[in-house]
Design a binder for this molecule. Structure first.
Ligand code: FAD
Length: 496
């Protein structure tokens, strides 16, 4: 048996990525490793990233986290999906929920039956067949009582970091406070040997996890991993974030409301609301963005809005030599579908699966990097879809989005759906058929053809089956408590 040569893991950065990495490594591989995390209070964290997707629950399970305690500590609420407003055209609204739509069979997805019904003049809305979507619309929620909902969380990013820090330190992670001034490399191999702090302390390691945010202090500034820019497909490059007091019960979904040069988010937490404006500074000045955001706020402002500038794209290598980048250091696709925290989770999970105990293998590194590219490119395509499918003609920004060329991989999916109503989930892809469907139909992509399996049923039978399904969902939703009431009971909190 080969000896373990990689034992000392140094996590550079203590934002969401750093503490997620430290907590997961300590929980799962702790006895085999010696983990140190370096963070700088002076630099701080990006302070956004509050909306998750259901894989956040998988991550919590991996860490053995008690849900109500986690929700209390992070002031979390439940999330069933995202409400997209003004995307297809001004006035439109659809919910991309985490649910499955209807019942599919081996030949095709449920929506082909629904399209058959629509052609015959009945069938209602596709959303009538999705439990999570109807529950979101009705502001209802429960867990552990009655039919299962697929859900995620909205959480306070700063509190989440603190929660994971406490957990990591209890699991033996050593925290070092200080600003990294220099990254020392081996003169021959270029491998990183130590982080030298501005106070002169050296933190040595065998494996370095770069969680230093957009600056990518190790992966880019030191190892020059390179960056592929996706700004021509995803034109936003700026965000303004601000927190407000809650003005009413928390809804179980994120709101993503399009404006003339991007979109605005609204994320309800227990103690406050996270608000932000995503925009392209080519089409909207920072001052205009600030005014647009402030005008839209409906609660008392708790902090001053601040501009966050970003560059959409990916590092050419997220694992280079003895350094793995996670979080913003690894690349960034804008937050429209709340995928960044998920990518941190997948990245650290993959690192644990491929952990280089006995040394660094180019084959293992290549495997890690290939999987990272595959999953990120598919997420990228899904986000571009929202911009490309707009019918808005009210601003140069939307004109550009509507008329832009998209990656071939996405152009094929759009064509496929337009001609045949076929959608698919590629191997290793995050978003399922139901996600593609909800967004494509939600943004008015009308298929000209569909699978004819619905014609194998007499119309009355099809009508009966569909109305039975939607009635079951309506009944189940009717039996759910309100989201706010459930949240208070579940977390043992009192109303604000
Ligand atoms: C506008 C916006 C909205 C977003 N919304 C969502 C969302 O809804 N859902 C989602 O999943 N994701 C979202 N994200 C992404 C999410 O914010 C990040 O993935 C997440 O916060 C992880 O950030 P990070 O830890 O990589 O970086 P950061 O939070 O920037 O942390 C970097 C850390 O490195 C440390 N550091 C840096 N340099 C040094 C140094 N020289 N010495 C010592 N320490 C150093 C800092 O002190 C800090 O601790 C959003 C991002 C943006 C920009």
């Amino acid at each position: 048996m080969q000896d373990q040569v990689v034992k000392r893991v140094v996590v550079a950065g203590g934002g969401t990525a750093g503490w997620m990495a430290a907590a997961a490594l300590a929980k799962q591989l702790g006895p085999l490793l010696d983990i140190t995390l370096v963070e700088s209070d002076e630099i701080g964290t990006v302070g956004v990233g509050e909306s998750t997707i259901p894989t956040a629950r998988t991550f919590n399970a991996l860490l053995g986290i008690d849900e109500p305690a986690f929700m209390r500590a992070t002031q979390a609420t439940f999330k069933l999906g995202i409400s997209f407003e003004n995307w297809g055209q001004i006035g439109d609204r659809y919910i991309h929920s985490f649910g499955q739509v209807g019942k599919s069979n081996w030949m095709g997805s449920f929506h082909h039956f629904w399209l058959q019904a629509k052609a015959a003049g009945f069938g209602g809305e596709l959303g009538d067949y999705c439990f999570e979507l109807k529950a979101a619309e009705a502001d209802k929620f429960s867990v552990g009582e009655g039919p299962e909902l697929n859900y995620a969380y909205h959480l306070d990013a700063t509190l989440y970091g603190g929660f994971l820090r406490k957990m990591s330190e209890a699991l033996g992670v050593k925290r070092v406070e200080g600003k990294i001034g220099q990254v020392q490399q081996n003169a021959e191999t270029g491998f990183i040997e130590a982080l030298v702090l501005e106070n002169g302390d050296r933190v040595e390691g065998d494996l370095f996890v770069d969680c230093t945010g957009f600056r990518g202090l190790l992966i880019e500034q030191t190892l020059k991993a390179g960056y592929e820019d996706w700004g021509h497909w995803l034109p936003t490059n700026s965000a303004l974030a601000v927190q407000t007091k809650s003005t009413g019960p928390a809804v179980p979904y994120t709101r993503a409301i399009a404006h003339t040069a991007g979109w605005r988010w609204k994320i309800p937490l227990q103690h406050r609301v996270g608000n932000g404006l995503v925009y392209s500074n080519e089409y909207m000045s920072d001052d205009e963005a600030r005014a647009t955001l402030l005008e839209a706020l409906d609660g008392e402002r708790l902090i001053e809005p601040r501009v966050i500038r970003y560059r959409t794209g990916r590092r050419l290598k997220t694992w280079s030599k003895n350094c793995v980048a996670l979080g913003l250091a690894s690349g960034f696709v804008e937050p429209l579908e709340s995928t960044s925290i998920h990518l941190i989770m997948i990245g650290v999970t993959r690192l644990m699966q491929l952990f280089p105990f006995t040394g660094f293998s180019e084959a293992v590194i290549a495997r890690y990097n290939q999987q990272a590219v595959d999953e990120l490119e598919k997420i990228r395509d899904f986000i571009i879809l929202h911009y490309k499918l707009t019918e808005r003609t009210d601003s140069p920004f939307w004109d550009r989005c509507r008329t832009m060329d998209v990656p071939d991989s996405l152009a094929h999916r759009i064509e496929l759906f337009r001609e045949s109503a076929q959608a698919f989930q590629a191997p290793g892809e995050l978003f399922q058929v139901d996600s593609w469907l909800q967004v494509m139909l939600g943004q008015r992509l009308q298929p000209t053809g569909y699978h004819q399996m619905g014609r194998l049923m007499p119309p009355e039978e099809l009508r009966g089956a569909l109305s039975g399904l939607s009635a079951n969902i309506a009944r189940a939703v009717g039996g759910l408590p309100g989201h706010q009431a459930f949240l208070e009971r579940y977390c043992g909190i009192s109303a604000a």
